[in-house]
Ligand binder design. Structure first.
Ligand SMILES: [Zn+2]
Length: 148
C-alpha cells in the first residue's frame, strides 16, 4: 500500500522556472531550471545556459552564454565577441564584451575591447582600452517604433 502523500510537497510551479534573457534579441524566455540548453522562443537561436569560467589562456572566436562569464586573475581570454548575461573580469580579456547584465571588473584586470552593459563597476588599477556603452539596453529594432 502506498502511503506517500503529496500534501506536504511545496508548489514548485514558479520555482522550477528561470528567466533567461536572450543575448541575441533580448527576449525573456521562461524555461525549466534543469534545462542545460534552450532555444529562444523569439529568434530561435540556441542559447547556452552554463556559466563560462576562464582560468587560463583561452582563445575562442565567440563566447556566448545566457549565464555569466568569469575570467579569473590568471585567465587570459581572447575572443572576437563575448556575449553574456553578466561578467566578472579579473584577468586579461581581449575582445568585445556585450552583456545584458552587470559587468564587474577586478582591480588587476586588463581589458582590451569594448564593453556594452547596463552597468559596469571599474575599480582603480584596472587597465581598460576600448569603447564603453553603459546604460539600459536599447530596445530591439522591431520594438523601437512604438508610438510614445
Ligand atoms: Zn532570441
Amino acid at each position: 500500500m502506498d502511503i506517500r502523500s503529496n500534501t506536504s510537497v511545496p508548489a514548485f510551479s514558479s520555482d522550477e522556472k528561470q528567466r533567461v534573457v536572450c543575448i541575441h534579441c533580448n527576449h525573456t524566455n521562461e524555461i525549466s531550471r534543469k534545462a542545460i540548453s534552450v532555444t529562444c522562443q523569439s529568434c530561435r537561436k540556441a542559447l547556452r545556459l552554463e556559466e563560462v569560467r576562464v582560468k587560463d589562456y583561452q582563445a575562442r572566436r565567440i563566447v556566448e552564454t545566457c549565464s555569466t562569464v568569469t575570467v579569473e586573475r590568471k585567465g587570459d581570454l581572447r575572443a572576437e565577441k563575448i556575449m553574456c548575461a553578466g561578467a566578472v573580469l579579473r584577468g586579461k580579456i581581449k575582445g568585445d564584451v556585450v552583456s545584458t547584465g552587470p559587468v564587474l571588473i577586478g582591480p588587476e584586470a586588463e581589458l582590451t575591447g569594448g564593453v556594452t552593459a547596463p552597468t559596469i563597476a571599474i575599480p582603480s588599477g584596472a587597465v581598460l582600452e576600448g569603447f564603453y556603452r553603459i546604460g539600459p539596453t536599447p530596445a530591439p529594432a522591431e520594438q523601437s517604433n512604438v508610438a510614445a
